[in-house]
Design a protein around this ligand. Structure first.
Ligand code: NI
Length: 177
């Protein structure tokens, strides 16, 4: 079951760029135990609170290969999804979408990605699952799996665009300190 039952969780701290934890390559989860299930629930809770449509474990400071996501608008009811050790096994086409990230504050930009992906992984019971995704879900899955490899959406931009964002962020951090 890709969709865990939604439980109340703890709101975790979301680390933001340029925190080095976001650059760490996450390790595969070896045993899916209560701790991992708890973490996934807390990640879902944190994602809904933010609010966001996806979250990877590195973003909350855990270098484990876990992602959660829910693309359904809130008014249509929650549709929580969690995937352990997700892997893109097939991808095709090309699509450009404006992306944002809970770890990259106050910024969004067009990113080019694969239009369709097949992703496999494990659910919270350790059962193998696979899903074929297109549209925003395909983009979200690529964005979250990137996180697990220490990659942020701004890494897909031109060096110039990235430099502009860094400059803006520096200014902003200076102002708030
Ligand atoms: Ni993100």
């Amino acid at each position: 079951m890709l969709r865990p039952e939604l439980k109340n969780g703890n709101k975790l701290k979301i680390y933001t760029y340029p925190d080095p934890v976001l650059r760490k390559k996450a390790e595969p989860v070896k045993v899916i135990d209560e701790r991992i299930r708890r973490l996934a629930q807390d990640m879902l809770y944190t994602m809904y609170e933010a609010p966001g449509i996806g979250l990877a474990a590195n973003q909350v400071g855990e270098a484990s290969r876990i992602i959660v996501f829910d693309l359904r608008p809130k008014e249509n009811g929650r549709h929580p999804c969690a995937l352990i050790n997700p892997e893109i096994i097939d991808a095709e086409g090309e699509v450009t979408t404006e992306e944002a990230c809970l770890s990259v504050i106050d910024y969004c930009a067009d990113v080019k990605r694969k239009a369709r992906v097949r992703v496999k992984g494990l659910d919270l019971e350790g059962k193998e699952v696979s899903l074929d995704a297109e549209g925003l879900l395909a983009v979200c899955l690529q964005h979250e799996i990137d996180h697990l490899d220490g990659i942020l959406f701004i890494d897909h931009l031109s060096a110039l665009k990235r430099a502009l964002y860094k400059k803006r962020l520096k200014k902003k951090l200076k102002k708030s300190s």
